[in-house]
Each structure stands twice: as C-alpha cells, then as structure tokens.
Design a protein around this ligand. Sequence first.
Ligand SMILES: NC(=O)c1ccc[n+]([C@@H]2O[C@H](COP(=O)([O-])OP(=O)(O)OC[C@H]3O[C@@H](n4cnc5c(N)ncnc54)[C@H](O)[C@@H]3O)[C@@H](O)[C@H]2O)c1
Ligand SMILES: [Zn+2]
Length: 355
Amino acid sequence: MIKKRVSINVGAGYDVHIGPALLDTCGETLRQVLGECRLAIITDSNVERLYLDKVKKSLSSSGFESVSLTFPAGESSKNISTLSAILEFLAENNFTRKDAVVALGGGVVGDICGFASSVFLRGIRYVQIPTTLLSAVDSSVGGKTAIDLEAGKNLAGAFKQPEVVICDTDTLSTLNETELSNGVAESVKYGILFDKELFDEFAKSDLKSLLDDKEKLVNMIARCVSHKGRIVEKDEFDNGERRLLNLGHTIGHAVEKCSSFSVPHGHAVAIGTSMIARAGEEKGLTECGTFDAVKTVLEKYALPTSCEFSSCELLSSSLNDKKRKGNKIGLVIIESIGKCYIKEEPIEALESYIK
Ligand SMILES: NC(=O)c1ccc[n+]([C@@H]2O[C@H](COP(=O)([O-])OP(=O)(O)OC[C@H]3O[C@@H](n4cnc5c(N)ncnc54)[C@H](O)[C@@H]3O)[C@@H](O)[C@H]2O)c1
Ligand SMILES: [Zn+2]
C-alpha cells in the first residue's frame, strides 16, 4: 500500500504521514514520536461515531492510557466555551506538560485543540489526525490555531506546531460531496499558486476517480502538504510569503460573511479565486485564458465560480478583513497557472477587483 511521509522543518520539525489505514497503526506512530505519556483525544460528534473506537483501540494496543472528550460538530463549536471545556477537561484529568492532546477531526477540531494545547499549562504537545480533505491539505499543517469570537472568525489564536500529523486517507471516504469539494478548492489553490502539473492533474481527473485511486489521492495530498510546508518553513508567522496561501480568500471571506456563513469556506474560496482570475485578466495582470481554465476545473468538482452578492455588499464586508494592514491590502494575483504574487493595493482599489 502506498504511504508517504512529508517532513516539515519548522521549530523542532515534524512529519506528516499520509496513507490508507493509518488509524489502525496510529498508536505505534504516536509511541515513536511521543514516548511514554497520557493522551486526551478531542473530537466532534460526527467523527466520534465514525473513528473514535478505532483510534482508542490502536492507542491502547500500543500501551497508551487515554481519555476522550467530544463536542458537537460544526463551526459554531469553535468558540470560547468549547475551549474552556477542553481546558477544564485536561485539568480535571491531571494532564501535565509531559502528556499530549490528540486532535481527531476536521479543521474545527484541529484549530481548537491546537489553541487549547498552546495555552494549557503554557503549552503542552499535540498531534493532528485530520479526517477531512480540507484539514489534510491545509489546516493540520503549519501551526495556525484559533477559535472564533462574536466579532469574527479566527480572531483569537496562537502559532503552535503539532508533534506529528497522521492523515488516514480512508477516513475521507465518509465525507459528503460538499466537504470533499471544500477540500478540493484548497487543493486546487496549491496548483494555481505553485504547481501547474498538479493543476493539470485536477483538470484531467474528477472527484470519483480521485477517491477511487488511492495512490493518486495520497500523492495529491502529499504534494499539497509539501507546498504548504515549504511556505511555512520560510514564513512561519505569516509576515511574507505565507500570505500567498490567501489566494481567493479576501473575496472568499467577504462571500462567507455576506452569506452569514451559509456558503462553505472552500466554496467561497472557489468564488474568490475565480473573481481574482477574471479581474487579473481584465487588468492585464493575469495571462489570458487563466480565468477559463480555473473556472473549468472548479466547476468539474461542483464548486461555484460566482455569487449572487453585489460588489457593494462584498466590498463593505471586505473592509474589515483582518488581513488588512492600515489602508493597504495584500491581494494575491495570479500571473499564470503555477505562478502568483502579492500585490499591495490601497483599500479603495479593491472595488475594481470585485466589479
Ligand atoms: N489552521 C489553519 O491553517 C486553517 C486552514 C484552513 C481552515 N481552517 C479552519 O478549518 C475549519 C474548517 O475545517 P473543515 O472543513 O475540516 O471543517 P469541520 O472540522 O467542521 O469538518 C466539516 C464537517 O465534516 C465532519 N467530518 C469530519 N471528518 C469526517 C469524516 N471523515 N467523515 C464524515 N464527516 C466528517 C465534521 O464533523 C463536520 O461536520 C474552519 O474553522 C477554518 O477556519 C484552519
Ligand atoms: Zn482557506
């Protein structure tokens, strides 16, 4: 069976293991990385039902003592109350700095567990076991952790790298089409940013053949993770090149906000990416034909490329984007597929991209 390991050289460094059936051996992997310790598995209500027993079984057969806590699935749980419940749970179970947290789930579980681990006892170790495509290719790697506040998404958080990431590609088979396409949007993003060959593979493939061909899936995730790793290694704290990963996100976040978050994140990013491709072409910044190529690929994976909101609505939502610095905003422009750059634009110029 195909398995891949990608090393991320940030802080002490860590590996991302990608392959089928890795949950069955996660105990052994964690034993090698963490040594002797106790584990707190944190998960959500959907993932608990599907995978908690399997993980517990593997951990206990490797001699780990573990406790687990489940919170209701969904972005609405990524808040201060859940964070507080996790911290109290760790304290009640007498967790020490020697012990570790296991984040079993998608980006919501990963983000909140990472943040809890960064503040509990001023920092304990944590590991990521991503179970969505989005968390596999994006949120489980790179060490950005957060919770949402009433005032907005991801407004409180910390940089905290995991000790290891274990991505069992078999878990992706239980995702629904929306969750899968969400992950595809972020994966295609790496192709547009850095890797024309990866983009072309998405163009040739489709969701079904991607999932059916285990080798292809493992290779695709590994390729995305390598791109993310390389960027995070150069710019862990998001002051420079890491901002490229925001391709499609400035407009995407505005779409999410305008829809009161009923448009899922990946879908919003697909809309944002398409709009920036079209605006770039109109302004002569982007190679002709790029918009069509991007649109064709995204639509192939049931992703939207336009939205019902007016430019006025989108603009007023983007004006309080947290990525904004003073009166400037760093927009990621596509030069051609596989080549992008950040263009610092005055905030007033944003309107001309959204039109
Ligand atoms: N830290 C980062 O760098 C980063 C990057 C991108 C996104 N994010 C964050 O990630 C979150 C989105 O992540 P997500 O899309 O994984 O959301 P999610 O964690 O809410 O998972 C989506 C849904 O899928 C369910 N699910 C998870 N695994 C499953 C499986 N294997 N089978 C069936 N159902 C499963 C979940 O219970 C949930 O209902 C957002 O909060 C976003 O802000 C963080
Ligand atoms: Zn994103």
